[in-house]
Ligand binder design. Structure first.
Ligand SMILES: Cc1cc2nc3c(=O)[nH]c(=O)nc-3n(C[C@H](O)[C@H](O)[C@H](O)COP(=O)(O)O)c2cc1C
Length: 177
């Protein structure tokens, strides 16, 4: 079941909402755990220009990109997804939506028939509109049941998050290592 699965993530380190300044973003920590639990590769969605460490500046840029519905250029080559049937998509909730860079990746790959599992880290709004936005933007893909995890939980309760992920992944039919 795990064959043909790729974990992709977008994550912001630096000053972060409610959890202070962190070296590793919450979505990155979650993606690394999933990759380890399932034994599958990961791909980082990273923009060419990056985002400011400062929370307010990062928020301003994120808001502007969202208002412009922009597709920021990605730093790393688009992964070969010809053998990929399932993507576990890990991202922070940014203004109720996905960070625009996540759309940059999904627009660049063939999502037809692909199963997309949304795993969203947030502080209070859960998945927000992200699962609906995925449904609307990629109608040829199957948007599967999502999971929302608070950033503060990722920072303060690693073993709890691991258990949450294992339960979710097993429910989705993946094999746990
Ligand atoms: C630009 C920006 C917008 C955000 N908007 C929301 C929001 O609308 N709702 C919410 O619950 N959290 C919001 N957050 C908080 C993040 O979703 C949360 O801190 C998340 O865990 C960050 O993940 P990361 O460390 O992988 O980037 C926002 C954070 C940033 C930087």
């Amino acid at each position: 079941m795990n064959r043909g699965t790729l974990v992709t993530f977008f994550s912001h380190s630096g000053e972060n909402y409610k959890v202070g300044t962190i070296d590793k973003g919450n979505a990155r920590i979650i993606a690394e755990m999933i990759s380890h639990i399932l034994g599958v590769p990961e791909y980082e969605i990273c923009t060419e220009n990056g985002y400011p460490d400062d929370y307010e500046e990062c928020s301003r840029l994120a808001k502007k990109e969202r208002e412009e519905n922009s597709r920021p250029k990605l730093r790393f080559p688009i992964p070969d997804t010809s053998d990929i049937s399932s993507i576990i998509l890990v991202y922070p909730n940014w203004w109720g939506d996905l960070p625009m860079a996540v759309y940059s990746l999904l627009d660049a790959i063939d999502t037809k028939g692909m199963k997309i599992y949304p795993v969203c880290t947030h502080e209070e709004s859960g998945l927000g509109m992200t699962d609906r936005m995925l449904l609307q933007s990629y109608p040829d893909a199957s948007i599967m049941k999502g999971l929302a995890i608070r950033g503060t939980t990722v920072q303060n309760n690693v073993s709890g998050v691991e258990k949450m992920l294992e339960t979710y992944l097993e429910d989705c039919g993946f094999s746990i290592r």
